[in-house]
Ligand binder design. Sequence first.
Ligand SMILES: C[S@@+](CC[C@H](N)C(=O)[O-])C[C@H]1O[C@@H](n2cnc3c(N)ncnc32)[C@H](O)[C@@H]1O
Length: 208
Amino acid sequence: MSDSDLRWLYRDEAPRAPEGRFLLEDLIEGSGPIELDIGFGRGLSLFERAAAAPESRLIGIEVKTKLAYKVNERLQKHQLLNVAILCGDAREILKRAEPGRSVQRVALHFPDPWWKKRHDKRRVIGEALLAELHRLMRPGGELFIQTDVEHRAEQYLAQLRETAGFTLASHSGYVEANPFDARSNREKRAIEDGLPVWRILATRDRSA
Ligand SMILES: C[S@@+](CC[C@H](N)C(=O)[O-])C[C@H]1O[C@@H](n2cnc3c(N)ncnc32)[C@H](O)[C@@H]1O
């Protein structure tokens, strides 16, 4: 296939969220906890999480059509039925997702790789996403963010401290280890290269 044919294939065949408002629980059969992996990239975190928590229903959201298509293809090949892929901008998709208070865990592994000020609008973690996550997460649900960029980690901490309805799991805001037993591709590489990783864990308040 030519590059252009492949681009069309990825664009047309990458799995999408239903039109309009939709129910997260309709995406995967079962009754286990619902978890989101936002910006899963090449998808290692989905495969490792599916193995670590086979009872959970995992929903991966990725904006790049090629990655969404290819990871979905591999999931089907391995017959991993507790993972669903949605291709698109997580900020737009989650606005339409229902019901509120249904998501137990959310992971954002190494989001927002852009450096320049003019790229700020592309950053996925911001007021809009945190508001939707707060709406969708169950009281006591866990939000995990990790990055290899210290400056970004500090921005995320500041944003979480300003957002009502989330409590950081430690005084500093950081935790030592990834609590989800699922490394992402970028995390695996950072560990192999001995690079520092900043890991943030917050819980959604029970009262808010
Ligand atoms: C630096 S990569 C990290 C990939 C993977 N999580 C990892 O740790 O290896 C960031 C990923 O987030 C995706 N992404 C960026 N903005 C997004 C958005 N608004 N919605 C969904 N995915 C997004 C990118 O396409 C990219 O795959």
